[in-house]
Design a protein around this ligand. Structure first.
Ligand SMILES: [Zn+2]
Length: 332
């Protein structure tokens, strides 16, 4: 039996777990991220959590094959450093990988959380079937994260920026994205921008039951409001959701042309409402996809639930060791 230690570093909490070679969580725990105290304090907390969790799993640290860390990006993969993170402003160019390897005495691997999520689904989620070797995962939340697995390996690209599917451009000179580009899919189809597009239409004078939220409840619209209203057949909300689905469908078509994945996983807060959005994305995909061959890709929801982050982090260690190619590794 092999074991991996997964550490999911987030802006508010650190989740850690011991995961076996079949992706089963053997033990897990979490702690608050004291990001304001700076990287040293946070790394110390991670080391403490790692030691606790291994003990809880009734193992010794040297029985852990490797440690995987999932972190917000961008990441300098070559040197295992977290370059910066919007929700951890004190973290600038922090050598997380080497520090964790030194603290645990085990090989360590650092990966961004969207790639880790893709690996988790590839390992024991929607892409678990051994016949599946090519997978793309999109995380539809505040932004749109992306992770690409090609021939069983996560793709980093030449400069570490591959897989950023949320910043594929779907509209020339379109809406401004947080990344600075115009017309990114994220600037249309993320939860944030789906809500924003509805709010803008209302501001422009369109009528909708959503005005109850903006005027009577006096708060900003959320994507959930828009989806709920669409399900209740509000015409404006339906149009906004259909547009979101169309942009996502187009993106899936482009991903198929470039990467030919066997499976595209749509994860994140926006698909929690069930198949409502995914069904619309599938329809949009079919209407936009080329006619040269029957599409074989499956567009599916994720299979992993609340432990996805730490399983993803452990999957990073598993995948890096399994592929043992150019992975960014630090030996203790
Ligand atoms: Zn962008």
């Amino acid at each position: 039996m092999s074991y991996y230690l997964g550490i999911d570093l987030g802006g508010t909490s650190i989740k850690a777990g011991v995961v076996d070679h079949q992706g089963r969580v053997v033990a897990k725990s979490s702690a608050a991220t004291h990001g304001k105290d700076g990287p040293d304090a946070v790394l110390k907390d991670i080391a403490k959590l790692a030691a606790t969790i291994v003990e809880q799993a009734k193992l010794k640290m040297d029985q852990i094959q490797a440690v995987g860390i999932g972190s917000p990006g961008p990441i300098d993969f070559e040197n295992g450093r977290l370059a910066s993170a919007p929700n951890l402003p004190a973290f600038r160019d922090v050598p997380i990988r080497d520090r964790i390897a030194a603290a645990t005495g085990r090989p360590a691997f650092l990966e961004n959380d969207a790639n880790a999520a893709a690996l988790a689904e590839y390992w024991i989620g929607a892409g678990q079937d051994p016949k599946i070797r090519h997978l793309v995962a999109l995380t539809l939340g505040t932004g749109i994260g992306g992770g690409v697995v090609v021939d069983g390996k996560i793709v980093h690209g030449g400069f570490g920026n591959a897989g950023e599917a949320g910043h594929l451009i779907v509209m020339p000179n379109g809406r401004l994205c947080g990344c600075g580009q115009r017309g990114c899919i994220e600037a249309y189809a993320s939860a944030t921008h789906t809500a924003k597009r509805a709010a803008e239409a209302i501001e422009a004078g369109e009528t909708s039951t959503l005005t109850d939220v903006t005027t009577k409840q006096n708060r900003a619209l959320t994507a959930k409001d828009v989806f709920d209203a669409a399900k209740a057949n509000d015409a404006l909300a339906l149009r906004i959701v259909d547009e979101t689905a169309l942009y996502l469908g187009i993106t899936c078509v482009s991903l198929c042309r470039l990467l030919d994945p066997q499976i595209i996983v749509l994860a994140g807060g926006m698909v929690e409402a069930g198949d409502f959005l995914i069904d619309k994305v599938r329809q949009a995909f079919t209407s936009q996809n080329w006619q040269m061959a029957k599409p074989r890709v499956r567009i599916v929801p994720p299979q992993l639930g609340s432990d996805a982050g730490l399983i993803g982090a452990a999957a990073v260690a598993w995948n890096a060791q399994a592929s043992s190619t150019t992975a960014s590794q630090a030996s203790p």
